[in-house]
Design a protein around this ligand. Structure first.
Ligand SMILES: [Zn+2]
Length: 150
């Protein structure tokens, strides 16, 4: 199946569905995690899974949603369970990192409504993305200040 997404750690598992305005891709991780994040053991088994909706960059001016089949694994050695990590996804914002980057970048030169329109999310989402960005920048600044005081 041709993959329109080009995300390094996700693959499309069904033909995308689309209508006039939206596209929906069903995706999952390309490969399972290699080791347990707790103890480093390499014998893991699937524990459970859930569907998660992640927004991605528009394709041909259509809004893109990824229905990600997230899997939870259990370690045979230490028994700890964990969700697989997907590096292309910004977990806090349930968007791909490239969508977040695009919003941040466009916000430098456009007003919120325009950014929202061009990436296919609502204005409130754009505002939230930027709020978190400013917040994390502020935290970094505060940390630098603290370090400077020591
Ligand atoms: Zn383990």
């Amino acid at each position: 199946m041709s993959d329109l997404l080009f995300l390094p750690d996700l693959k499309t598992i069904e033909e995308p569905q689309e209508n006039e305005t939206d596209m929906m891709f069903k995706v999952e991780a390309i490969k399972p995690p290699e080791r347990c994040p707790e103890c480093g053991f390499d014998k893991l088994y699937k524990h459970s899974s859930r569907k998660q909706l992640i927004m991605d960059l528009p394709i041909r001016l259509k809004r893109v949603g990824l229905q990600v089949n997230r899997r939870r694994y259990k370690c045979r050695e230490c028994g700890s369970t964990f969700w697989e990590r997907l590096l292309s996804i910004d977990e806090k914002r349930t968007m791909t990192k490239r969508l977040v980057e695009s919003i941040e970048e466009q916000s430098m030169s456009k007003i919120f409504v325009e950014v929202a329109e061009s990436v296919g999310v609502d204005e409130k989402t754009v505002r939230n993305v930027l709020k978190i960005m400013w917040h994390s920048k502020k935290e970094n600044t505060d940390l630098r200040l603290l370090n400077g005081l020591e």
